[in-house]
Design a protein around this ligand. Structure first.
Ligand SMILES: NC(=O)N[C@@H](O)C(=O)O
Ligand code: NI
Length: 166
């Protein structure tokens, strides 16, 4: 059985999978006559084809019991997907590099600090949102357009992966 334990989310560690959306130690410039700091372009919305839209939604996620037997990961082949917590709760991020299918040996788990969001780049394998509290709200920015934008990969029954939280 492959046991995966989350590591603290950092921009550097998450680079192979996408962007961390945060203000800590990030550059900003002043706008609004000096009353507002703009932390500019922390991530880009990736789209797949002409006519696609970047859309903003709210996901109200119920907590999934831990430890989690990881049965599947998904990817969005035509766009990025960003999750920004609306209630300052940490959440779990489970990812694997983009590719034809997710490599169990390359799966990484991260725990956010409550202020951080993530932007999965196009095609990056990830588990559907994993709330760390009974119910949590996330602002989600992703792609809407023609064609399929969600591939699910279910691991074989003999591939046992366990996400173990502290
Ligand atoms: N399916 C859907 O919109 N949500 C997932 O993509 C997810 O990453 O939670
Ligand atoms: Ni997704």
């Amino acid at each position: 059985m492959l046991i995966i334990r989350p590591e603290p989310l950092t921009a550097e560690a998450f680079k192979p999978f996408g962007d961390v959306i945060e203000t800590a130690d990030r550059d900003f410039f002043m706008i609004n006559n000096g009353s507002t700091q703009r932390f500019h372009r922390l991530a880009r919305v990736m789209l797949g084809q002409a006519g696609d839209s970047g859309i903003i939604s709210i996901f109200r996620a119920q907590q999934i019991p831990m430890p989690l037997e990881v049965k599947m990961l998904e990817r969005h082949p035509q766009g990025s997907q960003a999750f920004v917590p609306l209630k300052q709760n940490p959440f779990l991020v489970l990812v694997a590099p983009a590719g034809e299918t997710p490599d169990p040996a390359a799966i990484r788990a991260f725990i956010t600090d409550g202020t951080q969001g993530v932007n999965y780049h196009t095609g990056v394998w990830h588990h559907p949102v994993l709330s760390c509290v009974e119910e949590d709200d996330f602002l989600v920015v992703d792609r809407e357009g023609e064609g399929n934008n969600c591939d699910e990969h279910f691991f074989a029954d003999d591939t046992q992966i366990l996400l173990q939280t502290p």
